[in-house]
Design a protein around this ligand. Structure first.
Ligand SMILES: Cc1cc2nc3c(=O)[nH]c(=O)nc-3n(C[C@H](O)[C@H](O)[C@H](O)COP(=O)(O)OP(=O)(O)OC[C@H]3O[C@@H](n4cnc5c(N)ncnc54)[C@H](O)[C@@H]3O)c2cc1C
Length: 477
């Protein structure tokens, strides 16, 4: 450990993870209030290495924004790489820090890592303090009247919808240490590497950071909240909050969004929006209850569903590349590739198409989304896929097969969404549709002036096959 003058207060390390914000960050506020210097740190550890291409790229954008925000307050973001326990112990040794603060996470890998970090720090005589802030309600704090965990959304929502929640905390002033420790350079980490040429395309659509989140939510609350309940299904419009990537990386807290939506007094849209925030809570509540949500069917027996395991690679590839010949599905898959996002209604349709019309295991789709979504979130993604596939808690029944053509008539009646994302067949395709061809790997060999593909599956036949498979499976349950 560095020799520090006895009267100099020992710094506190604040370990940023999925809470890349200064406002309403309880662990950061507590560090600042302790009256000691605060050293903000982010660690490139195994959790970062495991991220898919788009979420890793998005993390880079978020870290750049956080770095700037800290610099504007006379502070700095220290970047280090390696196993978190080793890095933190070493950094505490270098700086004389007596404590490390962080915000609690809930996925099993993070829980196991954080337990190892706590033990390691305590062995070195360094205090390890964990704070809330990623969720509105700690999973243990929402229980049925029998004391059990909720497995169905509506009663979960009723249990929390009127709870009084504290006001969000302010962004604190941070005292700088006498000397800053060394830091890696963000650009050298090349977190954008796996996105290849897609990075420059997605960057046109994504605004990262806390300031961008607060600007966007203000616009949404003023313009779209009142009509959110119906607007949220119109796929061609930007009528939803666009908060998912910000929430996933914690650039804004759910508590801030909750209070701002309440203050906007725009019902019934306000309630519908808070309800969606609680879907996110519900996903975390389920993952905390049983982390197998992330990899196994939640409903007993469903891991034995007869998903097609034979030569379906061609159809999966067509689905991934937005070339199924089902225009709504293809538009949505391309939207995701170009922007890193996909409209919620479209997510349901492409997931239904993959798991029902193509009878592919939901985990194939879950993994592709994990690679392509800038707003990837372990709990929301797993719940979304299991919900659509029929294997999840409180899931849509398997026999509810979305017909992409009928869904398009209903939610994209004038074809605006499909034209926006599909170039083939248009004399003058818009820049959005052409951007897909700039974003995809050249090795896919796709061209905007090629013919639009014929359907890889007849929708009626695909539905009938899915229902037959379900009937047989259900009889054996
Ligand atoms: C197959 C599938 C996969 C999904 N994968 C993800 C994912 O990886 N990351 C992710 O954040 N969301 C995921 N969702 C949920 C949802 O599609 C997105 O949260 C939403 O489209 C984000 O847009 P928005 O921020 O404008 O949402 P808004 O409509 O403005 O909603 C506000 C916030 O509520 C939360 N929310 C809304 N709907 C849901 C939902 N169904 N489940 C959980 N939380 C929700 C999100 O945090 C969202 O930002 C998935 C849904 C499906 C069907």
């Amino acid at each position: 450990m560095t020799d520090l003058p006895a009267n100099r207060p020992r710094p506190i390390l604040f370990w940023f993870r999925r809470d890349l914000r200064l406002g309403d960050n309880p662990g950061l506020l507590a560090a600042a209030r302790a009256g000691q210097p605060v050293i903000p740190v982010f660690i490139r550890d195994a959790a970062v290495e495991m991220l898919g291409a788009a979420p890793r790229w998005r993390l880079q954008q978020g870290l750049a924004a956080l770095s700037e925000a800290l610099a504007a307050r006379g502070s700095r973001l220290i970047l280090r790489a390696g196993p978190a326990a080793e890095v933190l112990a070493e950094l505490a040794g270098e700086t004389g820090a007596g404590a490390v603060h962080w915000t609690r996470l809930y996925d099993p890998e993070a829980r196991a890592r954080d337990a190892r970090v706590s033990t390691r720090l305590q062995d070195c005589g360094i205090a390890a303090r964990e704070f809330g802030g990623h969720l509105l309600f700690e999973p243990d704090s929402v229980r049925t009247s029998q004391g059990g965990a909720f497995k169905v959304f509506t009663p979960f929502w009723r249990a929390v919808q009127n709870r009084a929640l504290p006001e969000p905390g302010a962004a604190p002033d941070l005292t700088a240490p006498a000397a800053w420790p060394e830091s890696d350079r963000l650009a050298d980490w090349r977190l954008d590497h796996d996105m290849q040429r897609g990075a420059a395309v997605v960057a046109r659509y994504e605004q990262a950071g806390e300031a961008a989140a607060l600007t966007r939510i203000a616009r949404f609350l003023a313009a779209d909240l009142a009509d959110y309940e119906t607007g949220r299904d119109r796929v061609a419009e930007t009528a939803t909050s666009g908060m998912s990537a910000h929430l996933s990386l914690g650039e804004v807290s759910p508590l801030t969004l909750w209070h701002r939506a309440l203050a906007a007094r725009a019902e019934p849209g306000g309630e519908a929006f808070r309800r969606q925030l609680v879907w996110r809570e519900f996903a975390y509540h389920l993952m905390a209850q049983d982390p197998r949500l992330l990899e196994s069917a939640w409903r007993p027996g469903w891991d034995h569903f007869p998903w097609r395991r034979d030569a379906r690679a061609g159809t999966v590839l067509a689905w991934q590349q937005g070339r199924t010949g089902a225009p709504f599905v293809d538009a949505a898959m391309r939207e995701m590739y170009v922007t890193g996002h996909m409209h919620n209604r479209a997510r349901m349709i492409v997931a239904s198409y993959l798991t029902k019309h193509l009878l592919c295991d939901w985990r194939i789709g879950q993994r592709w989304f994990e690679h392509c979504l800038a707003d990837w979130d372990p709990a929301a993604n797993a719940l979304g896929w299991q919900w659509v596939a029929g294997s999840g808690p409180d899931a849509a029944p398997f026999f509810r097969v979305f017909n992409p053509a009928l869904q398009a008539e209903k939610f994209d009646p004038d074809g605006q969404y499909r034209r926006r994302w599909i170039a083939e067949g248009q004399a003058h395709p818009p820049a959005t549709a052409l951007a897909f061809f700039d974003a995809i790997p050249k090795s896919w060999g796709l061209r905007a002036d090629a013919d639009y593909p014929a359907p890889i599956v007849n929708l009626k036949q695909g539905r009938a096959d899915a229902l037959a498979a379900y009937k047989e499976f259900n009889a054996g349950l």
